[in-house]
Design a protein around this ligand. Structure first.
Ligand SMILES: Nc1ncnc2c1ncn2[C@@H]1O[C@H](COP(=O)(O)OP(=O)(O)OP(=O)(O)O)[C@@H](O)[C@H]1O
Ligand SMILES: [Mg+2]
Length: 245
């Protein structure tokens, strides 16, 4: 469904990504892993049309989408949930969610999708009339994922959904991401929580300094000695078996 070939980009004259190849199959979860500053968010920004693609191509559902304006990319079915939990604090939960449907006009379907988001995140239904400013960190993460779903994406891109959350909340968020995938939305997930991400995804890519270092089936990567040595230093190691349940 998504086929990225030889993608290079950067900021001004500063090159960050150097020829990235990455694929996402329909119905799957693919994870892009790597440490701070390795180019993960830069990659998602290029896919979303927020950064110009210098070289390479991005094909989505058979259509070349590189360098289309961001709203057209959303309309094609590719939606990014950005890093940093950017809810609008002075708007209610429901107003925040409705913003996610900004490229759409189909009022009835939007109302259905709102119900669907509330079914994934019952907590948001309880809080629907509250200002986003009153939410906890985990609830804000639910809100921004829910807002992404309101664009009715075929592929949802998540930038570090587990960042800065407590282990229990991370489990909830990852379980819900799995349910979202099962409902038919493919997922490309950027993470630093390598073990958790590999337990959820089918396929993983590890990026360093703007190039893909290692890629493979998630179950192979989790046992790969190089991955273990560099990335699986024991973080949240024991609390992760229930994600797929
Ligand atoms: N707006 C910008 N202008 C210039 N350089 C930038 C800009 N945004 C990011 N960079 C640089 O690009 C490189 C990759 O950053 P990026 O945000 O893609 O990393 P990341 O893998 O998402 O890291 P993190 O896990 O910390 O979010 C870093 O060296 C960063 O300093
Ligand atoms: Mg980032």
């Amino acid at each position: 469904m998504l086929k990225v070939s030889g993608l290079s980009t950067g900021y001004g004259k500063l090159q960050i990504l150097r020829g990235i190849d990455l694929n996402v199959a329909e119905g799957g979860i693919v994870t892009l892993l790597g440490g701070n500053g390795t180019g993960k968010s830069t990659f998602l920004k290029a896919l979303s049309g927020l950064l110009p693609v210098w070289e390479g191509s991005i094909e989505f559902d058979g259509q070349k989408i590189q360098n289309l304006p961001p709203h057209e990319i959303v309309r094609c079915g590719l939606t990014q949930v950005t890093q940093g939990k950017d809810a609008y604090p002075a708007m209610t939960v429901e107003e925040n969610l409705k913003l996610g449907a900004y490229v759409r006009k189909d009022k009835i379907a939007i109302a259905e999708d709102l119900e669907r988001v509330y079914s994934f995140f019952p907590r948001l239904l309880e809080r629907r009339t509250q200002l986003a400013a009153t939410l906890s960190g985990g609830e804000v993460q639910m809100l921004v994922i829910g807002r992404g779903l309101m664009a009715r994406p075929k592929l949802l891109m998540l930038d570090e959904p587990s960042a800065a959350l407590a282990p229990k909340i991370i489990m909830d968020i990852f379980a819900t991401i799995n349910r979202i995938r099962k409902s038919g939305v493919s997922i490309l997930m950027v993470e630093q929580n390598v073990r958790m991400a590999l337990l959820l995804a089918e396929y993983g890519y590890i990026i360093r300094d703007g190039v893909i270092l290692i890629k493979g089936d998630a179950k192979d990567l989790i046992n790969d000695p190089n991955v273990k040595k560099s990335f699986l230093g024991g973080t949240v190691a024991n609390s992760t078996h229930e994600i797929k349940a």
